[in-house]
Design a protein around this ligand. Structure first.
Ligand SMILES: *[C@@H]1O[C@H](CO)[C@@H](O)[C@H](O)[C@H]1NC(C)=O
Ligand SMILES: *[C@@H]1O[C@H](CO)[C@@H](O)[C@H](O)[C@H]1NC(C)=O
Ligand SMILES: CC(=O)N[C@H]1CO[C@H](CO)[C@@H](O)[C@@H]1O
Length: 404
């Protein structure tokens, strides 16, 4: 240092700080950085050091590969006289920018290997190895739209579905914990939004990519009698007969709306029926074939991917969907059918209908019923308009062809 030192000796620390602020700062910073670094290394070394090294070396590798590639590319380009040869540096950065047009829309900037485009409802542990979380993956999904008043019926129904099913309950009355009196409720997925319909929930929570893990999706009402139904047997029949969209036959002793969904006692499955005279313009089309109702449909994974898109966000009752399902499979009169050997009873207990609101002195159920009817009309109109628009764009005049 210099000659003043003796006077300052008593003040050593302070004088150092005063006189050489930069250096002391450096020391402090160095100590700080050093200890943080040491700490981090200590923390991460046992598990991460190897991968870190790999990442670094692979980055280096990639970079030199890119360099080589660039060089060969540019010589290639200049040889072939496509365009002026690429100058390096900046274009290395361009080249390293990721853009994969075949990725899902919005995910083009990600390398395909990291894109998780589908999901499932499998619960996982919070500890241990992720690869060992799932000891059992259910193959099928059954979703019920339920109110607590119907708990006994829902309980009886759920018991007809094996461990191979993920059970999903949509609660329209806000009651969830009450269901825990049933053992199966603890492994079920519960979604609670008040006063919504099955199709509203299905549109919001059963996106095809979310339920992609499941081979079949059951979308069922809560008021079904399942004494003569077994889900595993049902699936066997659906596979055997190649049904992409199906429902169990309905007990004919209850008043039925459609002939098609009436259970036949003499067969496993049926795919067509005769209706009252004049009801079917084409024996291969609804309601004589290619038709199931909306109370207890079962969809294959592929059929559901189409049907989900057909569900309208605002038409919550789903009326008319049954007539349009046939647009989703081809040939519809072979891939849509009713399973007779596993059949159910439609109890027609008014439930969600009661969740309406009285207006203008009308009972709640009347308002709901009217909305169902008007939704049906709107849905038909939308489908017809969409088809018209499609053919117009294609320059096809559908009136020139018969619909057969
Ligand atoms: C998701 O990715 C897998 C694997 O690349 C592919 O087989 C599947 O078709 C993709 N699903 C969708 C909906 O794009
Ligand atoms: C379809 O009908 C229009 C008239 O409606 C006619 O001009 C056209 O030639 C017809 N196209 C075919 C393929 O028959
Ligand atoms: C530095 C350099 O050569 N940059 C070029 C990289 O490539 C783009 C076109 O892709 C040129 O516009 C840059 O000039």
């Amino acid at each position: 240092m210099d000659s003043e030192s003796p006077n300052k000796m008593g003040n050593f620390g302070r004088s150092v700080i005063l006189k050489r602020p930069n250096e002391s700062m450096r020391i402090v910073v160095a100590i700080f950085v050093g200890s943080v670094f040491g700490f981090l290394v200590g923390v991460s070394f046992p598990t991460l050091s190897l991968t870190k090294l790999n990442i670094t070396s692979s980055l280096v590798c990639d970079f030199s590969n890119v360099g080589n590639k660039l060089r060969s590319d540019s010589s290639q380009i200049s040889r072939d006289d496509w365009s002026p040869p690429i100058k390096n540096s900046q274009n290395v950065t361009d080249l390293l920018k990721i853009w994969v047009p075949s990725n899902p829309r919005g995910a083009e900037r990600l390398p395909t290997g990291i894109v998780a485009n589908e999901s499932d409802f499998f619960p996982r542990r919070l500890w241990g190895k992720p690869s060992e979380d799932l000891t059992h993956k259910p193959k099928y999904l059954v979703a019920f739209t339920v109110g607590y008043n119907q708990k006994n019926n829902v309980d009886a129904t759920v018991k007809k579905f094996s461990e191979d099913f993920t059970i999903l309950l949509f609660h329209y009355d806000g009651k969830i914990t009450e269901w825990d009196e049933f053992e199966w409720s603890k492994r079920a997925i519960h979604v609670s939004v008040r006063r919504q319909t099955k199709w509203w929930y299905a549109k919001r929570f059963l996106h095809p990519s979310i339920v992609a893990a499941y081979e079949y999706i059951f979308l069922w009402d809560e008021d079904l009698g399942v004494e003569h139904f077994n889900a595993e047997e049902y699936i066997k029949l659906v596979k055997k007969h190649g049904l992409e969209i199906s429902q169990p036959g309905l007990d004919p002793t209850r008043g039925l709306t459609w002939q098609m969904t009436k259970r036949r006692g003499d067969r496993e499955v049926h795919k067509e029926t005769t209706e009252r005279p004049g009801w079917c313009s084409d024996p291969h089309r609804p309601p004589c074939a290619a038709f199931v109702e909306i109370m207890a449909p079962v969809f294959s994974r592929d059929a559901w991917r189409c049907v989900w898109h057909l569900i309208q966000n605002d038409l919550v009752h789903g009326w008319g969907l049954d007539f349009a399902l046939q647009k989703c499979v081809e040939p519809a009169h072979e891939k849509i059918g009713v399973v007779d050997a596993q059949w159910i009873v439609h109890k027609s207990i008014p439930s969600l209908g009661d969740q309406g609101q009285s207006e203008n002195g009308k009972a709640p159920w009347q308002g709901v019923r009217e909305r169902c009817r008007s939704e049906w009309k709107m849905f038909r109109t939308r489908v017809a308009n969409a088809e018209k628009a499609y053919y117009k764009e294609k320059g096809i005049d559908p009136s020139n062809f018969t619909s057969h």
